[in-house]
Design a protein around this ligand. Structure first.
Ligand SMILES: [Fe+2]
Length: 477
């Protein structure tokens, strides 16, 4: 059914364009997008081009018998749904000025502790080009429960207009159906210290950093989003500082008893690409990742894919010891950058030839990750495993009898290896830190650069056209 709705989305879009000329149709300049989704809540954000008080109709099992109304009548709206059921599929649509959007579906976060989580992640995509749309559509096709944005979400300067044209327009179907959680990149910080990023996204918060850095649990995975631009001193000191962020991170990781921990931010502590490893992020944060058992660190900034060995300090960690694996997943849409150095010894797999994303499934004590191209080619595949204590009795019985073992035992890693041929002759760790927003970071904006095409304003669909949309869906079956 998920795919049917995706197909219907395209069919309805054509009808929406037709209705844009109608004087009576309200104009939805930004399709609804899912924010702050948890086990019992979801925020539906959207933008209108006129003054109207929209409402969300929603429900389970295909119905839309419940409703929630926006608190104001301006252009930007964030309608909070509460009292939702965990791990449940909801259908929703937006009504405004007598018109309505096509219904789409999403699922709430599962009951905390549920040992089955599926997410995707990618960075460096905010281009409004064909590569970005291909990656986004491929992620939607995987039906993840949530999507992590790894920064540089709206090139080239993270302006208000660029968020609209380079994030919300090309990724509208994904953002309407998959809850997203973001980290800011250096390009967001070019404009007013990322103020448009904070204005347009509705993120979880932390006591000391607000939306700059935060954490949340999804099932049995603890996710942490860091603001690496803040760590490099680019944020207003009153709002975000390196010291406060580190203090919060240590408290946050120490207090989490989730068996899996995933951290995501923009600047990579380990990368052999053009920008290279970011020394401050490695020096200040990786000791905390090691101390508190972070499993995966997901980053972008360099426009390639790369997976490290489990790292400790400035070197590969001792075998048999549990240490974080670092990934660069920067192939979301911006121009790829060829490696200019031989593959370092700490790199397991790297790829500078394919745009793509990361798809991760965490089931019980097994984390299976794949780096995939939009066409489904496997760039990389690896598995992390660890022994978990038995699940609490109130959870559904697992299919296999759990085994009680030492929870401090290190995970094992299976590494089937790349489908791309590895580069020869490992060399030393190379690269220099890139500076946010500096001239040495000239991402190629390509033929569909911001400002070239912001896409037409999309009108809300009059209720009568839903009959047409339904007929189109039935014909497609
Ligand atoms: Fe970047």
């Amino acid at each position: 059914m998920h795919r049917l709705y995706s197909l219907a989305f395209g069919a309805v879009a054509a009808a929406l364009t037709f209705t844009a000329s109608s004087a009576s149709a309200a104009s939805l300049t930004r399709q609804p997008y899912l924010q702050r989704v948890g086990p019992d809540t979801a925020t539906i954000a959207l933008r209108l081009d006129g003054s109207c008080v929209p409402s969300v109709r929603y429900g389970t099992q295909g119905s839309t018998d419940q409703s929630a109304q926006s608190a104001d009548s301006g252009r930007n709206h964030a309608i909070v749904l509460t009292g939702l059921q965990p791990g449940t599929e909801y259908t929703y649509l937006v009504e405004a000025c007598g018109a309505r959007t096509n219904p789409v579906r999403f699922s709430t976060a599962p009951v905390p502790g549920t040992r089955n989580v599926h997410f995707t992640a990618v960075g460096d995509f905010g281009m409004n080009n064909a590569d970005q749309r291909a990656v986004a559509n491929a992620m939607l096709g995987r039906k993840p429960e949530l999507f992590l944005m790894l920064g540089d979400n709206a090139y080239s300067s993270g302006t208000e207009a660029e968020f609209q044209s380079n994030l919300f327009v090309p990724m509208a179907p994904l953002l309407a159906q998959v809850p997203s959680f973001a980290a800011p990149g250096n390009h967001e910080y070019v404009t007013q210290q990322a103020q448009p990023y904070f204005d347009n996204l509705y993120l979880p918060t932390s006591p000391s950093g607000g939306e700059h850095y935060y954490s949340f649990d999804w099932g049995h995975v603890h996710f942490v989003s860091l603001d690496s631009s803040c760590a490099l001193g680019l944020a207003p000191a009153a709002r975000c500082s390196l010291a406060a962020q580190k203090k919060w991170l240590e408290q946050d990781l120490a207090s989490s008893d989730a068996p899996w921990k995933v951290v995501f931010h923009h600047y990579p502590p380990w990368s052999s690409g053009e920008h290279g490893s970011q020394p401050l992020m490695r020096r200040e944060f990786t000791p905390l990742f090691e101390k508190y058992g972070v499993d995966l660190v997901l980053t972008g900034h360099d426009h390639h894919y790369e997976r490290s060995q489990p790292m400790k300090g400035n070197a590969v960690g001792p075998s048999g010891e549990r240490n974080p694996t670092y990934l660069v997943v920067g192939g979301g849409g911006a121009s790829l950058r060829p490696f200019e150095t031989s593959k370092p010894s700490w790199t397991v797999v790297r790829n500078d030839r394919d745009h793509g994303y990361l798809d991760v499934k965490v089931q019980e004590g097994t984390l299976t990750a794949q780096a995939l191209t939009p066409s489904g080619q496997v760039i990389d595949s690896f598995t992390l495993t660890k022994e978990l204590p038995p699940a609490p009795e109130e959870e559904p019985a697992p299919e296999e009898e759990p085994v009680v073992t030492d929870p401090s035992s290190p995970p094992t890693i299976e590494q089937p290896g790349p489908t791309q041929p590895p580069t020869p002759a490992p060399g030393p760790i190379t690269g220099s830190p890139g500076l946010p927003g500096s001239p040495e970071d000239p991402e190629d904006l390509g033929p569909n650069a911001p400002g070239c095409s912001t896409g037409p304003a999309i009108a809300l669909l009059p209720a009568g056209l839903l009959v047409l949309a339904g007929a189109l869906r039935r014909r497609r079956r």
